[in-house]
Design a protein around this ligand. Structure first.
Ligand code: GLC
Length: 646
C-alpha cells in the first residue's frame, strides 16, 4: 500500500464541504503518515549530524504551503482522494501546446476552451509559461522564475483565472517544473556570477578543469551538436559551471539542502496556483556522481520521492509526471521501487511505446514493439502512462539493444536505418523528418518532424497524389487510434489533429535555427480549423476521424488504465494485435496493419478470443458488423480495427 492509499483511509468520508478545522486535521494526519519516510529520505541525502536545522525548515515549508493553499483547492484535493486514482480514468484525453504558438496568450487560450471541448480534450499540458531569458531559452525550459508568468503570456492573474476556468470545465492542467536546472539569468545564478559564494553552491561550480574533467569521463552528452560537453566557463565568476543541457541552463546542486528546500518552496507555490499535474522535467539527471552517467542514480529517486511525499502532505490532489526518456526499465523505476513503490511519480511518459511505434512504421513489423512492451517490468497499480505518438521533443531510438539483436538485426545498423528512413536519406521513404543532434563519434542521432510529415503527408501533398494522401491520413489515425486504446492518458500534440506539417520557419530565427525540434512545433493553423466543417480535405478527415475515436474511447469502460492489456501473437508480424480488458464482457481487441500491403489474420484466433461469432465481427470504429467467408480476415494497409467482444 502506498502513502496515497493510507491517506485515503485516514481521510475516511470527510463530508462534502469539510470545515477549515477538519481540513487542517487531515493535513496533520497526512503529515504524520508521511513523517518517518520524509525524515529518512531527507537524512539519507543530508546527514542528520549536520542538517537538523534544514529539516526543521522543511517542516515549516509544509505548514506554510498548506496555509497558503486556497480553500477551493483543498476541497478539490479531498474530492480527488475520494475518487480513487482519478488519473487512471479512461475519460482523460490530453493535448500538449505552446501557448504562444497555439493562440497567443493565456487570455486567448481561455477563449479556446470550446475548441478543446469539441475535440474531446480535457487534459492540457501547457509548455513553460514562466519568465525566461529573452535570448535562447530552450522554449522556456531555461527558467528565470518558477512561478511568475512571463509577460508574453499575460499576468499572474490571467493564469489564476485560467486555472479557475479549467476547473469549472473539468479540464486538468499540467505544467512543467524544470527541476534539474535554472537559466543562467535566474536570481541565484546572477548572485553566483556576482561572486556570492552561497549561491555558487546552488550550482556545480569549479575553479579549474580538474573536477569537470573527472565528471566528463563518464557523462554522456545531451546536446552534442549545439552544446558539447557538460561544463561551461563563466568569465564573470571565473569558474566552470555544470551545464548538462544547453550552456545557459545551469544544473542545480541538490547535494546542498538549501537547493532542495528552495525548490520545494517553488513547487508548493506552483501547485497552490491550481496546477493539477506537475511535469518533473529531466528528473533522471537530478543527482551527479563522478564515475557514473549521473542519470537515474538512487539518490535521484530518493529526491523525487522526497518532493512527492512533501507535496502530497500539502496538496494530495496534485500528482507528478516523470519526464524520464531513458531505458525502458529505468522509466518504470520512477513509479517507485521497494519501499518507495507508488511513492515517486504517478505518471510517466511511455517513451518505449512511442519509439517502438515509429520503429514499426519504418520496418512495417511489430515484433520489437511486442517484445519490448511485453518485457517491461510491471508498473505499480496506482500509476499510469502518458501515451503519445510524438511530443515537442525529438524521437529518440531508446530501445533495448538486446531486443533488436534478438530479431537478428545489428543494433547500430538498425538505428542507422531508422534515421535514414525518417530523415530523407532513402528515396523510397515517404517520411520527411530531420536529424536531431547527430553524434558522429557514436553514430547516435534522433529524429524530429511533425506526425503528418513523418507519416508521408507532406510529400504526398507536394506530389498531389491522392492515394498517398489518404495513406498518410490512415497512418495518422492508426497511430492515434493505437494510443487511444492503450492503458494511460493519450496525449495529442496540438496541430496533429488537423495534420499539420513541419514548420521550417525556425531556420530563419537566430535563437532557434540550431534546434531542429522547432520543426515539429508548428504555429496553430486557425484558418484550417475554420474550414473544418465546410471543406473536405486531409485536415477535416483527420480531425473528424480523431474526434470520433476520442468519443469512442470515452464510451469504452474497458479502455481505462485499471483494465488489463494483453499483446497477442497473431502469427503475422505486420499486425499489432492487443486486447484490453479481455477477461470481461467489456473486452476490446485492437488490430493495426503496419504494412503497405493488405495483411491477414486467422479468424480462428478472433473466434477463440471471443471477437467473432458465426463468422461475424463487430468493429466499433465504423459501427459495422461484417461477415468473413474464408478463414482469414484481411486488413488493408494502415487499417485499424477496434473489435467488440461477443
Ligand atoms: C526536457 C524537455 C526538453 C528540454 C529539456 C531540458 O527534456 O522536454 O524540451 O530541452 O528537458 O530542459
Amino acid at each position: 500500500m502506498n502513502q496515497a492509499a493510507i491517506h485515503k483511509i485516514l481521510a475516511g468520508k470527510p463530508g462534502s464541504k469539510p470545515t477549515p478545522r477538519k481540513l487542517t486535521q487531515l493535513f496533520e494526519k497526512r503529515r504524520g503518515a508521511n513523517f518517518t519516510l520524509i525524515q529518512d529520505l531527507f537524512f539519507s541525502l543530508y546527514p542528520e549530524t549536520r542538517h537538523t536545522a534544514s529539516f526543521k525548515s522543511l517542516q515549516k515549508l509544509l505548514a506554510d504551503g498548506f496555509k497558503n493553499r486556497p480553500a477551493e483547492l483543498k476541497h478539490q484535493d479531498l474530492q480527488r482522494q475520494g475518487d480513487g486514482n482519478w488519473y487512471q480514468s479512461g475519460a482523460w484525453v490530453g493535448m500538449q501546446l505552446y501557448v504562444d504558438r497555439f493562440c497567443g496568450d493565456l487570455k486567448k487560450l481561455a477563449e479556446r476552451i470550446p475548441y478543446f471541448e469539441a475535440l474531446g480534450i480535457n487534459f492540457l499540458h501547457l509548455m513553460p509559461i514562466t519568465k525566461r531569458p529573452s535570448g535562447p531559452n530552450d522554449g522556456g525550459y531555461a527558467v528565470n522564475s518558477y512561478t511568475e508568468i512571463d509577460p508574453r503570456y499575460g499576468t499572474d492573474q490571467d493564469f489564476i483565472s485560467l486555472t479557475a476556468a479549467f476547473r469549472e470545465k473539468g479540464i486538468c492542467l499540467m505544467l512543467d517544473f524544470v527541476v534539474n536546472h535554472t537559466s543562467d539569468e535566474f536570481p541565484w545564478a546572477l548572485e553566483a556570477k556576482a561572486g556570492n559564494l552561497k549561491y555558487q553552491e546552488y550550482y556545480y561550480t569549479f575553479p579549474d578543469r580538474n573536477m569537470p574533467d573527472l565528471f566528463e569521463q563518464s557523462l554522456p552528452e545531451v546536446f552534442p551538436e549545439t552544446s558539447p560537453g557538460n561544463f561551461t566557463y563563466c568569465p564573470q565568476m571565473e569558474r566552470w559551471v555544470m551545464t548538462v543541457f544547453n550552456s545557459y541552463q545551469w544544473d542545480l546542486n541538490y547535494t546542498n539542502p538549501a537547493v532542495f528546500l528552495s525548490m520545494l518552496e517553488n513547487l508548493l507555490e506552483l501547485s497552490n496556483k491550481g496546477v493539477d499535474v506537475i511535469r518533473f522535467d529531466a528528473l533522471a539527471f537530478l543527482w551527479k556522481k563522478i564515475g557514473t552517467s549521473s542519470q537515474n542514480l538512487p539518490e535521484a529517486h530518493r529526491l523525487v520521492a522526497l518532493f512527492r511525499l512533501c507535496l502530497q502532505v500539502v496538496a494530495p490532489g496534485v500528482i507528478i509526471l516523470a519526464e524520464a526518456i531513458v531505458a525502458p526499465e529505468e522509466i518504470v523505476a520512477y513509479f517507485g521501487k521497494g519501499i518507495l513503490e507508488g511513492n515517486e511519480c504517478e505518471i510517466a511518459y511511455n517513451a518505449t511505446f512511442m519509439a517502438c511505434l515509429w520503429n514499426s512504421v519504418a520496418t512495417k513489423k511489430t515484433r520489437l514493439l511486442r517484445q519490448s512492451l511485453g518485457n517491461l517490468p510491471p508498473k505499480p497499480d496506482p500509476s499510469t502512462w502518458i501515451n503519445y505518438v510524438r511530443c515537442h521533443d525529438d524521437i529518440g531510438l531508446g530501445f533495448d539493444d538486446s531486443h533488436i539483436s534478438a530479431l537478428g538485426w545489428d543494433p547500430q545498423t538498425h538505428r542507422r536505418f531508422l534515421l535514414d528512413y525518417f530523415c530523407q536519406r532513402l528515396e523510397w521513404s515517404p517520411a520527411k523528418g530531420a536529424v536531431f543532434m547527430y553524434n558522429p563519434f557514436t553514430g547516435d542521432g534522433r529524429i524530429t518532424g511533425s506526425t503528418a510529415s513523418l507519416l508521408g503527408l507532406e510529400r504526398a501533398l507536394e506530389e498531389e497524389d491522392a492515394l498517398k494522401i489518404s495513406s498518410a491520413e490512415a497512418k495518422i489515425l492508426m497511430l492515434y487510434g493505437i494510443i487511444l486504446a492503450a492503458p494511460g492518458i493519450p496525449l495529442i500534440y496540438a496541430g496533429d489533429e488537423i495534420g499539420m506539417l513541419n514548420d521550417y520557419s525556425y531556420m530563419e530565427e537566430a535563437d532557434k535555427m540550431m534546434d531542429s525540434r522547432w520543426i515539429n512545433r508548428p504555429i496553430h493553423d486557425w484558418d484550417t480549423v475554420s474550414g473544418l466543417s465546410s471543406e473536405k480535405n486531409h485536415a477535416s478527415r483527420i480531425y473528424f476521424g480523431l474526434q470520433h475515436l476520442i468519443a469512442l474511447r470515452k464510451q469504452q469502460p474497458g479502455l481505462a488504465d485499471v483494465c488489463s492489456i494483453h499483446y497477442h501473437d497473431s502469427g503475422n508480424n505486420h499486425l499489432l494485435v492487443f486486447e484490453r480488458d479481455g477477461e470481461t464482457d467489456n473486452g476490446i481487441l485492437i488490430l493495426a496493419n503496419f504494412d503497405e500491403s493488405p495483411q491477414v489474420v486467422r479468424t480462428a484466433l478472433l473466434g477463440a478470443l471471443g471477437y467473432m461469432r458465426e463468422g461475424q465481427f463487430h468493429n466499433l470504429i465504423d459501427g459495422k458488423t461484417k461477415k468473413v467467408r474464408s478463414g482469414l480476415l484481411e486488413l488493408p494497409p494502415a487499417e485499424l480495427l477496434w473489435l467488440r467482444k461477443y
